[in-house]
Design a protein around this ligand. Structure first.
Ligand SMILES: C[S@@+](CC[C@H](N)C(=O)[O-])C[C@H]1O[C@@H](n2cnc3c(N)ncnc32)[C@H](O)[C@@H]1O
Length: 266
């Protein structure tokens, strides 16, 4: 898979593509990075890519004709992405979708951003979130990290990203490593028990509890089974709410009665 990053500051982007896992993936031929200097397509004496805004106002705007000339020199792309705070908010689902593409062109803005007509040259507009950065380079780095790691072979253990936060639809369960006890806080016993079925259930329950505490909005988009439904009920979610989320509340209720289960105190 290839990323072509169009920027006025190639030196900000290049190191990012050379280090750590992205750098290794490039050496292995799994990912390819082409960092393109927009200024090379300016075609004027001072290599100017921007101009003052029509109608007045602060700052400078990147010219659409310069972007067009630059795009014409690139290999055909599956998607041409404009980075802008006004775009669709980037998320894991989008990263998964984009990781299936052959070639992504990523346009990093600066100053007041791109001339509005640049929208006609792109297939997608992506924002990293509701905040404004000075340029698109840090956003491009985020896209390369999030998308690149989903390309098969880039990270060693495929399972590890399937369990990540958002990939499973829930936040990730908590992880622990040595020391076994740190400042009177031991690693949970179940992680040292070697009981795989118990461990899998504990991790799922922890992921459910964490998602309920921090991102309850994600739970309505989940496929919840009877055990999940019971866990969430025990954590205080009413059966009516679980039913509204599409969970098998009636089946869970029968099991709760049969086993005499209680909701957790606190
Ligand atoms: C100072 S910003 C331009 C902001 C623009 N005037 C606006 O308010 O929408 C310059 C460039 O940074 C990048 N940028 C800033 N914030 C971003 C965000 N949240 N997501 C993606 N790109 C962003 C975009 O490429 C943008 O063209």
């Amino acid at each position: 898979m290839k990323f072509s990053v169009v920027t006025l500051f190639p030196e900000l982007v290049i190191p990012f593509t050379r280090e750590a896992i992205l750098g290794k993936a490039q050496e292995k031929g799994l990912l390819q990075f082409d960092v393109v200097n927009l200024r090379d397509h300016a075609q004027n004496k001072h290599n100017k890519v921007d101009d003052t805004p029509y109608g007045g106002g602060a700052g400078m705007v990147i010219r659409v004709d310069v972007v067009e000339r630059c795009l014409q020199t690139l290999d055909p792309a599956s998607e041409v992405i404009m980075l802008t705070p006004a775009g669709e908010t980037f998320n894991q689902k989008m990263a998964e979708e984009l990781s299936q593409r052959e070639h992504l062109v990523v346009l990093c803005g600066r100053y007041e951003g791109f001339d509005a007509r640049t929208e006609t040259l792109v297939t997608r507009e992506i924002s990293l979130g509701d905040f404004v950065m000075m340029g698109g380079e840090a956003a491009a780095a985020c896209l390369m990290e999030a998308i690149g790691r989903l390309v098969p072979g880039v990270i060693g253990d495929q399972e590890s990203h399937e369990q990540d936060s958002f990939s499973s639809g829930l936040l990730d369960y908590p992880e622990y490593t040595r020391p076994e006890v740190w400042q009177d806080q031991p690693v949970p016993e179940v992680l040292r028990s070697g009981n795989h079925a118990k461990l899998a259930r504990w991790r799922r329950d922890q992921a459910l509890a964490r998602t309920l505490r921090r991102r309850p909005d994600l739970l309505g988009q989940q496929t919840l089974d009877v055990e999940d439904t019971i866990t969430l009920w025990q954590l205080g979610v009413p059966l009516e709410q679980l039913q509204a989320w599409g969970a098998p509340a009636a089946q869970a209720q029968k099991k709760i009665k049969r086993k005499g289960l209680q909701q957790n105190q606190s």
